[in-house]
Each structure stands twice: as structure tokens, then as C-alpha cells.
Design a protein around this ligand. Structure first.
Ligand SMILES: [Fe+2]
Length: 320
């Protein structure tokens, strides 16, 4: 790795779910295999790694990361998503019961399980919060990577489907200290968080997954966005990587660049997988989105890759 340079691959919302036939396991492995062939130093996964908060699925994904030699703080960074803590409704009937299930979920125990599953990735951090590991910060080749936990706790009124996001006051004040202490030292600052900072459009169609995503979209807001964006702007955070909404998005707010990889596995097109690549060279950050076609078996041919520079096609939405 050349001094100050860093090549990052960013994926999100893997939704591993061994209970259902469409487990996503093969797609996840396909993506990891693709990334392995690229010149990537560090992989970032911004939450919803498993779909239904299952311990078995967390273990499976741990074993998969282990197989690809990724269980190392310098090679992998993860943050939790709402599905890693609360799971999701699997059927239309489940939807009605889901708030009750969320109310009975032991948030702290599930977050600890998530951290324990990926424990090696929290090693050698220059900062790890005493309040449940988030925020954490690691310096890789003079680039600062900060991970936040944006999964809000369940609330009957404010968060009945447990998909809303919140960065609590303690995390914000710790984030402030990290940025103050390391802004000058770090060439670039990259923030990892599960929730998005824009207003997504509703999905058309009446499939259950479309319905569930529309329910989620109405209940998946990140609270106090403006306050967080002000803080990121003050310390000139260079890039925010996130997921949560299953679509690609590349946008800017207050001079901060945001990239969504929520469509890595569950994009609108079934066989299309998505990976963001971030190439850092000194102060220069170049991002690009790769779309690859998933093939169940056999070798993928290079012409299946549709690599293109991200254009600012995403409509700028309101500033929260
Ligand atoms: Fe999510």
C-alpha cells in the first residue's frame, strides 16, 4: 500500500437469511469473490448484514468473512443495521406482530452479539467507545475511518417498526471529540453509518417486499440529520458511506459526499449486484460504482461487469 493511499470496497444490506430459500448467501460470496480479485485494501459493510437478526446467520457470515481472510481490523470495518438488531417481518402476517417482537428485543444484548461476531474488526482502533464500542475510529494509512451506530431503540410511538435511525447524544459528543483530535492528522475522514441522509422515493408495485420497503421508508428516518450534517461540515468530513435504502445513491450535502451501497444485494434488478469503490490517493478521493451480474455457478466473464463513473443522476433532495 503506497503511503497515504487506500482502496476501499463498500457494500451494504447483505440481508443474509438462511431460513428462506433466497438466502443471499451465494450472492454475498459472489461479491466477496469479485472484490478479492480487485486491488482492494479494505472492505466496508454498512449494516443489515443479516436479515432477521439470527445468531446462526451472524455465525455464517463470520465464517464467510473468515474464509476470505477478512476478519482483521485493517481489512474490514462494519456497522450495525436495524435488521442486525431487530430482524424484520418475513410475511404479511408477521408485519402486524412485528412491533410486539421489536418491543421484546433486548437491544443491548443483540448489539453485543453483533460486536462479538465481528470482534477482530474492532481491534487496534485509536478510539472505541466505552458505551458499546460505537463510535469507533481507526487510522489506516493516514485515513481516518469512523463507525457510528445509527440503529434507534424501539418506541411504540417514535419507532414502531424499529427501522428509524438515531445517533444518540453520547455518540455525537464522542464523534465531536474524535473529529477535533484527529482532523489535522488525518488526510481524509470517512464516516460509516447505516442510515441515509436523503429522502427516498416510494417503490411502485404491490409485492410484499415492495410493501415492506415502503413501510420502512415511512419509518426509517434518521433523526437530527441537520445537527449531524452540521458537525460533519464543521470538521470537513470527506465521505459518508451508508446503506439502508436498497438503491444506489451518490449525493452531496453541505460539501460532504455521500454514497449509498444499499443495493449491493437487494437492488431493483434481481441479478444485479452493486459495489462502491473508493480510491484514495493523498487528498484525492475517486469513487465509482460497479454493477455486476450474479451468476450461480461457473466463472464470470469480465464483459458482465458494467463499470461506470457515477454521474450525478440522483436528484438532490431536501436538506434535512
Ligand atoms: Fe436497514
Amino acid at each position: 500500500m503506497k503511503h497515504n493511499n487506500l482502496n476501499i470496497a463498500h457494500i451494504s444490506d447483505l440481508h443474509l437469511n438462511s431460513f428462506y430459500s433466497e438466502s443471499n448467501y451465494e450472492k454475498i460470496e459472489f461479491i466477496l469473490n469479485f472484490i478479492r480479485k480487485k486491488n482492494v485494501d479494505h472492505l466496508v459493510v454498512t449494516g443489515d448484514i443479516v436479515d432477521n437478526a439470527s445468531s446462526l446467520d451472524l455465525q455464517s457470515i463470520r465464517e464467510l468473512f473468515e474464509k476470505y481472510n477478512l476478519l482483521d481490523s485493517t481489512k474490514l470495518s462494519v456497522v450495525a443495521g436495524n435488521h442486525d438488531i431487530f430482524g424484520s417481518a418475513q410475511t404479511a402476517e408477521d408485519l402486524l406482530q412485528f412491533p410486539d417482537r421489536c418491543s421484546k428485543t433486548d437491544y443491548d444484548a443483540k448489539l453485543s452479539e453483533f460486536i462479538l461476531t465481528f470482534r477482530e474488526t474492532f481491534d487496534d482502533c485509536i478510539y472505541t467507545s466505552k458505551n458499546g464500542f460505537f463510535p469507533y475510529a481507526k487510522m489506516i494509512n493516514n485515513n481516518l475511518i469512523i463507525g457510528l451506530n445509527s440503529v434507534a431503540r424501539f418506541s411504540v410511538i417514535k419507532n414502531p417498526f424499529a427501522s428509524n435511525g438515531e445517533i444518540n447524544g453520547e455518540q455525537l459528543s464522542e464523534l465531536h471529540s474524535i473529529l477535533k483530535d484527529y482532523r489535522n492528522e488525518a488526510k481524509n475522514i470517512i464516516l460509516l453509518v447505516h442510515h441515509h441522509f436523503y429522502k427516498p422515493k416510494n417503490r411502485k408495485g404491490l409485492t410484499f417486499s415492495g410493501l415492506w420497503q415502503n413501510v420502512e421508508k415511512r419509518t426509517m428516518k434518521l433523526r437530527k440529520k441537520k445537527r449531524i450534517i452540521n458537525l460533519l461540515n464543521k470538521f470537513q468530513v470527506d465521505l459518508v458511506l451508508h446503506g439502508h435504502v436498497h438503491e444506489e445513491a451518490d449525493y452531496e450535502k453541505r460539501n460532504i459526499h455521500f454514497l449509498n451501497a444499499g443495493a449491493s444485494i437487494k437492488g431493483l434488478k434481481g441479478k444485479q449486484l452493486l459495489i462502491n469503490f473508493i480510491e484514495i490517493s493523498g487528498k484525492q478521493i475517486n469513487t465509482s460504482t460497479h454493477k455486476i451480474k450474479f451468476e450461480k455457478s461457473g466463472d464470470r466473464r469480465d464483459d458482465n461487469e458494467n463499470h461506470y463513473k457515477h454521474e450525478k443522476e440522483f436528484e438532490e433532495s431536501e436538506i434535512f
